[in-house]
Ligand binder design. Structure first.
Ligand code: SF4
Length: 230
């Protein structure tokens, strides 16, 4: 089975199990960036709290964020789960944003995925998968977040083998999804990422719980590969 065919089949199975997933939305790329930074996508408490805060608060723009004292930012973010802990990161990201884009809230990201990946990965507190999540969901660049659940699923199904180079993982998902389609329509990598997150949360944790998993019919003949090593 080719990589695009695998991804098409997996998408169909996950859509049948979970339906179409909601994707994070925002008035601007900056807003989307913050939503992704706070893990909004699966956490409705974060989403609701952040929506209220973004309406008229100091984090409505990177400039306002930078002009707000660190202590005030902690208070502003208090209603968001883990918000106060991320106040310092939000300020750092706001400074990065201003350096890259000035006051533009929905910039063109003209320097490309590789540049922004490296630049964001240099920020303490942003791991590689989070950076790719930000670049995919907010900037709509051609990257794919390979977080722990995604890695587990890909390895256990033999889509990728350990040890995995970043380049290989990106190639499998980015190029594979670019070539995949269902009923003539392209598969949105954001949807695919969110669907994998649901499989990870419901079935594919440290120990795979394959019974009833949407992807069970795609397992290799002997069951999950390397189930203990991811
Ligand atoms: S739980 Fe089993 S079937 Fe489901 S994704 Fe993980 S390895 Fe595959």
């Amino acid at each position: 089975m080719s990589d695009p065919t695998r991804l098409e089949r997996a998408t169909e199975l996950m859509r049948s199990a979970y339906g179409r997933v909601a994707l994070p939305e925002g008035d601007s790329t900056w807003t989307l960036f913050l939503r992704v930074l706070f893990g909004v996508g699966g956490d409705h408490r974060s989403s609701d709290a952040l929506t209220e805060i973004l309406k008229s608060s100091p984090i409505a723009s990177p400039q306002m964020t930078m002009q707000t004292a660190a202590g005030s930012l902690v208070e502003v973010l208090a209603p968001v789960p883990r918000g106060p802990q991320k106040a310092s990161l939000v300020r750092t990201v706001a400074a990065w944003w201003i350096e890259q884009f000035g006051e533009e809230l929905s910039p063109a990201w003209s320097r490309g995925a590789t540049f922004y990946r490296e630049s964001l990965r240099a920020i303490r507190g942003l791991g590689p998968a989070t950076v790719d999540e930000l670049l995919l969901f907010a900037a709509r660049l051609k990257v794919f977040p390979v977080d722990r659940p995604t890695l587990r699923i890909a390895v256990r199904h033999g889509w990728l083998s350990l040890p995995i180079e970043d380049e290989d993982a990106q190639s499998f998902f980015v190029r594979g999804l670019a070539q995949a389609e269902i009923g003539g329509a392209a598969i949105d990598p954001r949807e695919f990422s969110r669907l994998l997150a649901q499989v990870g949360a419901s079935h594919c944790g440290r120990e795979p719980n394959c019974d009833g998993c949407p992807l069970q019919s795609m397992l290799p003949p002997g069951g999950p590969l390397s189930p203990e090593s991811c």
